[in-house]
Design a protein around this ligand. Sequence first.
Ligand code: PLP
Length: 394
Amino acid sequence: MDFHAPPKIPMSAPDLGPEEQAAVLSVLQTNYLSMGPFIQQFEDSFRAFTGAKHAIAVNSGTAGLHCCVRAAGIGVGDLVLTTPFSFVASTNVILFEHAIPVFVDVESSSGNIDVAQLGMAADDLMAGGERAKKWLPRGIEPGGKLKAILPVDVFGQPADYDAIQSVADRYQLTVIEDSCEALGGAYKGRKAGTLGDYGVFAFYPNKQITVGEGGMIVTNDDRAAALMRSLRNQGRSDGDTWLEHTWLGYNYRLDEMSAALGFTQMERLSELLAARARVAASYQEKLQDLKAIHLPQVGADCTDVSWFVYVVRLADGLDRNQVADALQAKGVPIRAYFSPIHLQPYMLKAFGYQRGDYPVTEWLGDQNMAIPFSGRMSEEQIDQVCQALWDVLG
Ligand SMILES: *Cc1c(COP(=O)(O)O)cnc(C)c1O
């Protein structure tokens, strides 16, 4: 055994306490393991928190985004504007319906969709012909109908929704907000998740709240909400019996244990967000003079950041793999975040993307590194991470 090896810091950790344990146990003492009272309570907590008229619990963020794509009427050959700097789910849900993701690059400080390019892309796609072609993936002919914009609130900061909405209004596009990383974030005082037509949150264990696996859709649209409730539940609509199915649906239901856990986490939300903000502030203070990295920047319109991950950008010329190895030896893991979607093997195969197609996304993909982050980190752990970064890069 190596007594000198530094303790290993986890990349992330959920914050669960006795309240969560009691809530999950209470479900196990009933007969209602699915479609019981906690789903309603968990959904109510989201309606109360976001102010949205409807909240629909589902069993993953991906499932929630997929329901939104269906509710927007996106189908075979339709076009959806989105970004390649995201977790793959935001693009995959478009592909599930055989629609075509049309990528727009991001702006470098936030990693959110570049709204100037978004406007140009929408204008060119609507114009069709050669103008449309330069935005479409190789081999895709112009002619698909532009239906929606799917922006991602990257790392907890909402995108620029005033600009996005003006593009959407110009061409009657639906806006699907991927707010899976932004629970508690706000844009010009408006809550993440409520900034488009539909918003989606996710509850994997590294998110601001967790239920293990789960997600939540929020919307003010009555028609879409009814459809999404039905899609979640095997396509059964109001009035359908267990074996009647109005729509082609899915089993995207969240179980009661998860809903009980989620409801309890929502009761603690402000405490959980404050703990994450404390860790982010401590990193900011201890790393701000380290010249080899750029710290996360909070945009002026982001009136509340919800810290999801802490991603720093290595200065150009520094090799992330070498840095990662040196940090690993000091017990500090890092992750590339994000790894560009257009360069994933299945995307290269389907659409023939090449390196250079989305330069800002690729640059962030090369130079970004997420460092260990959770609301549970102690000051000693934060110090260990910062000391390792100073030792390797100072
Ligand atoms: C977490 C996340 C999702 C959804 O993930 P699930 O694992 O399906 O819950 C979607 N988009 C982004 C950007 C995410 O970070």
